[in-house]
Design a protein around this ligand. Sequence first.
Ligand code: NCD
Length: 346
Amino acid sequence: MREEQHEPSAISSQQSAPSQPLREKEGTRDEGQEERGSSRFRGWDILSAGQFSPADLDHLFKVADEMAGIVRRHQRCSLLDRHVVATLFYEPSTRTRLSFESAVVHLGGKVISTSEVTFSSVVKGESLPDTVRVIERYSDAIVLRHTHAGAAAEAAAYASVPIFNAGDGPGEHPTQALLDLYTIREEKGGQIDGLRVGMVGDLKYGRTVHSLARLLCNYDVGFTFVAPDALRMPLSVIRELNRYARRYQETEDLHDVIAESDVLYVTRIQKERLEQPELWDYVKDLYTVDPALMAQAKPDMTLMHPLPRLAEISPEVDGDPRAAYFRQVGNGLFVRMALLSEVLRD
Ligand code: NCD
């Protein structure tokens, strides 16, 4: 196990979104909305996990619980009646785009989508600021996935409608972190303080773990980061942990942490983001969670993964009650419904 470090020198710092909502935005519609009290996040851009306080999270998760009830009872909901949400994705996605779109549909709104930017004016060389200033004329919010860290913040600086960061390159993925935290609360009976959370895999380029670590800084959580030297957690996230005086350790060996983890969050090594492609052969099979490893874990450990997975969790583990990753996917719908309704409704 490596010593706890404050400034790991091998890790380059990465650009990330500002940690506060930029500003409240005008332009959401105000006619014929269902009255559910005033909304806490109205007009916010959702750019970074760092913008949420514990009280914000409690509120959001209460609304997410209500949304789960609406979905499970097949209830009709018109909270986003007459709202149009645009999804603009410059990188591949299955869960994030479809769960956002499903969330809008469940809330009674409509979706317009450019999921494949190769069919849009982006290939003609249109800039992101121009693209968002066009799409805001057609929609009340833009859900953006982009290849560059900081792109969502740049879009938000130009757009007059709220921007939802659905992943900005190796930067952040705040809505994933919100659904991950909601899942941890569900799986752990509401208790977050005191948990030991292990994060495994591509911690350098993994935007899901960057955002989840930031979000968990709101709680008294201890972290163990498991990654090869070339893929360690970036300095920008480590600084945030230090700012909140959160404990963390780093190791390359998953066996060091398996027995003590309350939550194990496994990520895919992202071949497409490696700066040195030759690294792939060394890292691709470094971590595999299989039944033998699960036998060493706590009986109530929660095993999570943002998906898609490759070989890092063996399918034989899927039937283990501790494997929470498909429940995690389901929670994404409820949390994104809560977020969309709180940002867009009156
Ligand atoms: C992740 C992503 O796109 O960052 N997936 C997701 O959004 N659920 C993780 C990945 O691509 O490995």
